[in-house]
Write a protein that binds this ligand. Structure first.
Ligand SMILES: [Zn+2]
Length: 113
């Protein structure tokens, strides 16, 4: 499963950060995931929670910030929320759209003690 390997990746970043900071407790993890990241957010959350339950992160608070996809129309300058990566401009129907946000898949913050 794609999401399981992403979850393992995220938790190894968390592990590395904790050991670099000589931290024994990870209080919280905050992730940013865009609606265009290609990740099934529910599945990722489930995978993370399952992995965390069976590790020293079982008391760590997990927050996932979902970044709504947004685009900027190259024709009329309209910026708008995109339902899909291939959505056209709602204002002028142009398909020449630059994606402003929504492709994020990153660890935003790790809080350790
Ligand atoms: Zn437009």
């Amino acid at each position: 499963m794609h999401e399981l390997s992403i979850a393992q990746n995220i938790l190894s970043i968390v592990d590395n950060t904790a050991s670099q900071n000589n931290a024994s407790i990870v209080n919280s993890i905050e992730l940013e995931i865009g609606t265009f990241s290609g990740v099934e957010i529910d599945a990722l959350e489930f995978a993370l929670e399952t992995l965390m339950q069976n590790s020293k992160l079982r008391d760590t608070q997990l927050t996932i910030d979902i970044i709504q996809g947004k685009g900027l129309c190259n024709e009329c300058g309209n910026d708008f929320e995109m339902a899909s990566m291939y959505a056209g401009c709602g204002n002028c129907s142009s398909n020449s759209v630059s994606i402003l946000q929504g492709q994020e898949l990153r660890v935003k913050a790790i809080n350790v003690d």
